[in-house]
Ligand binder design. Structure first.
Ligand code: C2E
Ligand code: MG
Ligand code: MG
Ligand code: MG
Length: 290
């Protein structure tokens, strides 16, 4: 059999595709019960202030402990959940769990924001902001200490539902970040209209900094314009000291990436944050206690 792949390209049907489809159906079935079976966990990755090297925030990154496959990446299962109507339940679990953890850290005196990622479906839910407010209130958290990260493409989606959610997030006083900025087609002029106070520079741009003059020019322009529009810039995917030094020199506000820390369990992040230099890490926990 032959399958049209678009344009003038034709590909021979691959029997492996049927296997993949069956494997996917099994994965979806397993995902359906993942929340009930407590197979989901939030890992956290710190964002670091570029000047003080203090931890400013911990971004929650979802992990699925699949009984046979081990940890499945959210890059794989979030799109699946989105397509099969499972993202509502999973997203609600993330909100509740991240707020609970933020409450625990606050009680321990750790002064950092907690950030979560929102999916397109959630941005179209009418009750998203109510739900966030309830979860925040239940854990005595100030909305301004909580960040929602929304991808650039989604932020520019002009549906009424999405725009209304943006307005309500702003009214509720939550901190909004635009994720993966620079990965899409957005012209810098759009930056002005984006209803956010934080912009996360996509790791694709960060990756090329040390080797590409163009990447440096773009990063520099993004940082300058963001500052002119009163937005903080966070660079994601910082892996090398060269990238870090270039970003600091350009005035980037915050840094996040494997150079500082990988995403880790809540318990591990607590320990990492409280580790007072035993491993000569430049990011010391005492800076978190104020
Ligand atoms: P994101 O929000 O842009 O998160 C950044 C991703 O880059 C994470 O992948 C993180 O583990 C990875 N990363 C961080 N530092 C580095 C680095 O220095 N080098 C490299 N190569 N990678 C780095 P992860 O955890 O696999 O998450 C992938 C995406 O899945 C996230 O991208 C986010 O869009 C989505 N996601 C994760 N958790 C959730 C969630 O709870 N809800 C929703 N809706 N989406 C989520
Ligand atoms: Mg994110
Ligand atoms: Mg990102
Ligand atoms: Mg991403």
């Amino acid at each position: 059999t032959v399958k049209q792949t678009g344009g003038n390209a034709w590909a021979v049907f691959d029997p492996q595709m049927a296997v993949d489809e069956r494997a996917q159906a099994a994965l979806v079935a397993a995902l359906r019960s993942a929340v009930a079976r407590r197979q989901l966990e939030l890992f956290y990755q710190p964002k670091i202030d570029a000047r003080t090297l203090r931890v400013t925030a911990a971004e929650a990154l979802l992990r699925w402990h699949h009984p046979e496959r081990g940890i499945v990446s959210p890059a794989v299962f979030i799109p699946l959940a989105e397509r099969h109507g499972l993202i509502g339940e999973i997203g609600n679990w993330v909100i509740g769990e991240a707020c609970r953890q933020a409450g625990v850290w606050r009680q321990q005196g750790l002064r950092m924001r907690v950030a979560i990622n929102l999916s397109p479906f959630q941005m179209r839910q009418d009750d998203l902001v109510d739900r966030l407010q309830e979860a925040l209130a239940a854990n005595q958290l100030q909305p301004a200490r909580f960040t929602v990260e929304i991808t650039e493409t989604l932020a520019l989606e002009n549906t009424q539902a999405t725009q209304r959610t943006f307005e309500r997030l702003r009214e509720a006083g939550l901190h909004v970040a635009i994720d993966d900025f620079g990965a899409g087609q957005t012209s810098l002029a759009y930056l002005k209209s984006l209803p956010a106070s934080e912009l996360k520079m996509d790791m694709g741009l960060v990756r090329d900094l040390a080797t590409s003059e163009d990447a440096r020019k773009i990063a520099d322009a993004v940082i300058r314009l963001s500052h002119a529009l009163d937005k903080r810039v966070v660079a994601e995917g910082v892996e090398t000291t060269e990238q870090r030094d270039l970003l600091v020199a350009m005035g980037c506000d915050e840094l996040q990436g494997y150079l500082f820390a990988r995403p880790m369990s809540a318990a591990a992040l607590g320990l990492w944050a409280m580790d007072d230099g035993a491993n000569a890490s430049p990011v010391f926990a005492h800076s978190l206690f104020q």
